[in-house]
Design a protein around this ligand. Structure first.
Ligand code: AR6
Length: 188
């Protein structure tokens, strides 16, 4: 599955696959506030990047108040053994505890990650479906929130130019395709 959507001279690509294999300037990670790795996509990214990634995360942690990244926040490290030169670690909301704040916090992950692309001159970023695994955000609610935030950032700024949403499995792929047809149409 691969679907491309154009927004002016910018592109959003939805595809099914493993984010660690993406050849982009940055991949986003669905991390936790402690920033030292975990399961799901976080575990996969740390395994593929090698042990230098957790060391880089430790250095970033020391710069953060209380040693934690706030929900909705994003920080950048190198990508080490990954094809991507950078990893942007995001902390999505835990759906059950975020309540009415969940959409704002989820959108904030995408916005902050794209701001970091801009600040570092990065043209392409791949995102996983943040918060929809362990953190329990329903796919059909997360997909339009994520895509709307991506759309607004692409329309407002020159960088990044391409956003790839890398979906793990058919259910996620279907939920994002349905949302994209609403939020990003017309399709090319
Ligand atoms: N490539 C792309 N997507 C993936 C991959 C992969 N290799 N592996 C899993 N996914 P989750 P969260 C999908 O649980 O909900 C971690 O322990 C997965 O199918 O990874 O934000 C962190 O340390 C799902 O759709 O992240 C945190 O503690 C999506 O990625 C916590 O989990 C996100 O699932 C974060 O939970």
């Amino acid at each position: 599955m691969e679907h491309r959507y154009s927004l002016g001279n910018k592109t959003v690509v939805l595809l099914e696959g493993d984010i660690v294999r993406q050849d982009v300037d940055a991949i986003a990670n669905a991390a936790n506030g402690g920033l030292l790795g975990g399961g799901g996509v976080d575990g996969a990214i740390h395994r593929a990047a090698g042990p230098e990634l957790v060391e880089a995360c430790r250095r970033v942690k020391r710069t953060l108040a209380g040693g934690r990244l706030e929900t909705g926040g994003a920080v950048l490290t190198a990508g080490f053994k990954l094809r991507a030169r950078h990893v942007i670690h995001c902390v999505g909301p835990v759906y059950a505890s975020a309540g009415a704040e969940a959409p704002r916090l989820l959108a904030s992950c995408y916005r902050n990650a794209m701001r970091l692309c801009r600040e570092h001159g990065l043209r392409s970023i791949a995102f996983p479906s943040i918060s929809t695994g362990v953190y329990g955000y329903p796919l059909d609610e997360a997909a339009p929130v994520a895509l709307q935030a991506v759309r607004e950032e692409l329309e407002a700024h020159a960088l990044p130019e391409e956003v790839r949403i890398v979906l793990f499995g058919d259910l996620a792929a279907r939920a994002y395709k349905a949302a994209a047809d609403e939020v990003l149409s017309p399709r090319v």
